[in-house]
Design a protein around this ligand. Sequence first.
Ligand SMILES: Nc1ncnc2c1ncn2[C@@H]1O[C@H](COP(=O)(O)OP(=O)(O)OP(=O)(O)O)[C@@H](O)[C@H]1O
Length: 254
Amino acid sequence: MSPRANAVTLTGVRAGYGATPVLSETNLTLASGECLAVTGPNGGGKSTLLGLLVGLLRPFTGQVEIHGSSPRRARGRIGYLPQAARLDLEFPLTVRDLTAMGRLRSTWLPQRLRAADRAAVADLLRWVGLAELAARPVAALSTGQRRRVLLARALATEPDLLVLDEPEAGIDAESAERLQQLLSSLIGSMTVVVASHDIEGIATLATCGVTVDHGLTPWSGNGGQDEPSRGVGDPPDETDGRFPEHAGAIGGSV
Ligand SMILES: Nc1ncnc2c1ncn2[C@@H]1O[C@H](COP(=O)(O)OP(=O)(O)OP(=O)(O)O)[C@@H](O)[C@H]1O
């Protein structure tokens, strides 16, 4: 099998807020097309790790590379679904407008959407099951519908790397299942990083996983048979050791 280019590389990263580090000496590599599950306790540093990947946070020391570039340079290749709690969606944008923002190449130049952009937005809204709500203000959506429109916006950028921060947070079982189906249909077509507390759900999607608790620990359980650097294997105990068959076929490393 030919080696694949790394989508994500973190080398010796130390990062946090103010002068306080959350992550120290953090290393991670993720090959293109993998789906990395990011789990761990509240405050462990999952969103911090994701913030580094999308360029919202710069490391104190060390290097973050997305397809060989800095996250800021690579931002056109990254789709990001932020954590729900960090978003204020009470502005008067419609579902269609918010999704279309993902098609804009910059946020400060006045731009017109081309017909192809409008068609892509309509396709995405159909795909996430929100076509009929396209003209509705985002503020009038339910939590699950908001997660889906934000997923559509993240995908509207046609990303090589999709970064999702707790996509299942605050949504009902039916919406969670729909999200799960949407995500599973993306696996393999792009690199995906998903932070989640739904360990069982994420384990069915992911090709590899890490637990983040002020450092990164790969999900292990392969009896040390793999190369020590590979971050693939069984999920943490909460899943009864279930992990999809394709896990380990392609691997991340920490
Ligand atoms: N903007 C910020 N300024 C200062 N400290 C922050 C900031 N954001 C996060 N922290 C701190 O950094 C640490 C890691 O937070 P982070 O949000 O990355 O954790 P998390 O694993 O995503 O948590 P959760 O599961 O609760 O979402 C926590 O101690 C948190 O209080």
